[in-house]
Every structure is written in C-alpha cells, then in structure tokens.
Design a protein around this ligand. Sequence first.
Ligand SMILES: *[C@@H]1O[C@H](CO)[C@@H](O)[C@H](O)[C@H]1NC(C)=O
Ligand SMILES: *[C@@H]1O[C@H](CO)[C@@H](O)[C@H](O)[C@H]1NC(C)=O
Ligand SMILES: *[C@@H]1O[C@H](CO)[C@@H](O)[C@H](O)[C@H]1NC(C)=O
Ligand SMILES: *[C@@H]1O[C@H](CO)[C@@H](O)[C@H](O)[C@H]1NC(C)=O
Ligand SMILES: *[C@@H]1O[C@H](CO)[C@@H](O)[C@H](O)[C@H]1NC(C)=O
Ligand SMILES: [Cu+2]
Length: 263
Amino acid sequence: MAVTVPLLLAVLAAFSVPDVLAHGGLANYTVGETWYRGYDPDLPAADQLGQPWMIQRQWASIDPIFSVDDKYMACNKPGVPPPSYIPIQAGENITAVYWYWLHPVGPMTAWLAYCPRDDCTEVDVNQAEWFKIWEAGLLEGPNLAEGIWYQKQFQHWDGSPDLWPVTIPKSLKPGLYMVRHEILSIHIENKPQFYPECAHLNITGTGTVLPPKEYLKKFPGAYDANDPSININVYATNTTNYTIPGGPIWDGFTIVDKYCLGC
Ligand SMILES: *[C@@H]1O[C@H](CO)[C@@H](O)[C@H](O)[C@H]1NC(C)=O
Ligand SMILES: *[C@@H]1O[C@H](CO)[C@@H](O)[C@H](O)[C@H]1NC(C)=O
Ligand SMILES: *[C@@H]1O[C@H](CO)[C@@H](O)[C@H](O)[C@H]1NC(C)=O
Ligand SMILES: *[C@@H]1O[C@H](CO)[C@@H](O)[C@H](O)[C@H]1NC(C)=O
Ligand SMILES: *[C@@H]1O[C@H](CO)[C@@H](O)[C@H](O)[C@H]1NC(C)=O
Ligand SMILES: [Cu+2]
C-alpha cells in the first residue's frame, strides 16, 4: 500500500473529495528515552480523562478544524485539561509522536504558552498567549503541490511512529507551560485543515526570560482566513514561495526590548 496511498491522496486532492483516509494525530511524546502516553480518540474517554498519567489535552476525534475562528483552534476539541505535566529542561527536545500521518502539503508549527499561577488546568486556552518556537514548511521544490514539505518528510506512510522533535529554548524561564503542535494541511484547494494538539509541560532550567509582546498570539486570533498561505490553491501556480502563517519564531534571545538587551 505504500505506493498506492500517495497516489490515492493525489487523486483525492485533485477532485476535492472530502477527507476519507484516517490521518492519525499526535499520540505520544518523548523526552530523551522517556515516553509519555497521550490521549487516544479510539479508546474510551472514561479510561483516560483524569488518569494520573495523562499529560495531553483531550482531542475526541482525528477530524480537522476548518476555520481559523474556531475556538478549538487553540487545543482541539474538547480540549479537557490533563492532571499531569511532562517534566523537561529548557534546551531539551520534546518529540511529538504521530501515527499514520498521511497528508503531504502544508506547514507545521510548535507553540508554547506560559501558565500563570502555577497551574495549566485553569487556563483559558483562548486567552493564553502563545509564542511560536518552531516551524517548517516546504523543504524542496519543484513547487508547492509536488515539493517535499516537512509534513511529508516526517511521516513513514506505514503506521510506524512519525517523530517530530522540537527544542525548548534554553533561555526560557522555568515554570508550567502548554505546548501546542499544529499541522496545517493545504492539499485541498482553498479548504485549509488545522490539526492542533496540546500537552502540559513542567519546564525546569536556568533560563530567565519570556518572549516580548510582539511574539504573543491568541488562538483564535493568530491567523487570518484570507492569509494567502491559508486560503490557498497550491495547484494554481508553479511556485515555491510560501510564508508560514503566525509570524516569526521566538529565537529565545530577543527579550523585552531588542534595543535594550541586558539593561
Ligand atoms: C502511543 O503509546 C501507546 C501507549 O503506550 C501505544 O499503544 C501506541 O502504540 C503509541 N503510539 C505511537 C504512534 O507510538
Ligand atoms: C532536537 O530538535 C531539533 C529541532 O528542533 C532537531 O534539529 C534535532 O535533531 C533534535 N535532536 C534530537 C537528538 O532529536
Ligand atoms: C515541576 O517540577 C518541579 C521541579 O522538579 C517540582 O518541584 C514541581 O512540583 C513540579 N510541578 C508540577 C505541577 O508538576
Ligand atoms: C515549474 O517551474 C520550474 C522552475 O521554474 C520548471 O522547471 C518546471 O518545468 C515548471 N513546471 C510546470 C508544470 O510548469
Ligand atoms: C509569495 O510572495 C509574495 C511576495 O513576493 C507574497 O505577497 C505572497 O503572500 C507570497 N505567497 C505565499 C503563499 O506565501
Ligand atoms: Cu485528514
């Protein structure tokens, strides 16, 4: 099936047939050698919600979100918070583990939001201030429709775990944070599909900073439905030009006032 799946996807995309293939989602996380099990929409919710091991916000189905204004853009639906946190040091990688990711076209981004009052369970995910720490788009031409995106490169097409490592900025102030991984699939013309999933992190380390205001975004709010990178027909033009939505990545060094570093 490894050969026919991409072919089938190309056919589906060309005819704008609604999504019929299961495309999976963010199943687990790893930090170093340690695995953290996430929510599984195929298992009973009652066996998972509130379990002491749960570190991910609930996503009840693998279906995408179609509107940038949807309140579930923040942390999927229904986004019930978990009781536990993944411990991680600033500077370490958190690796998101997906199963059966099958869409090939579109950018991927990772975001953090600081949880005030030492608690992520009480945070309103729509009011949280998210900052982008990682992104990847088109890696190689010849154009948006046929090129190799990170979204296509990171997947294995066969159900073995697809790994997506992201580094927590070393300079980040320790504390409790939410991490938000988002895949945006744009293989269907002018019908973007968003796949966000969130987990809770307990970040330690020797960092001291948070990003300045211009990096802080809300979901909904961060994206514009008319953004040419979101409302896009990748089959219409032969180009490699693509700007990943959501503004720049915070590099972990730009602090409070870029003209006043260290003062
Ligand atoms: C995620 O973890 C669960 C529970 O340990 C396991 O059954 C499942 O195979 C894992 N999924 C992936 C994609 O690694
Ligand atoms: C850590 O994550 C970065 C991307 O953020 C990646 O380039 C690097 O290979 C990762 N390292 C490991 C050991 O996974
Ligand atoms: C976060 O980690 C610190 C350091 O290990 C620990 O003292 C604290 O209890 C943890 N907080 C939570 C909510 O897990
Ligand atoms: C797209 O553009 C590339 C580079 O300019 C060119 O090599 C290729 O033939 C073009 N493809 C089509 C289908 O026009
Ligand atoms: C392509 O580049 C132009 C600027 O040259 C920009 O206006 C446009 O939004 C870009 N398109 C995408 C999809 O990023
Ligand atoms: Cu899909």
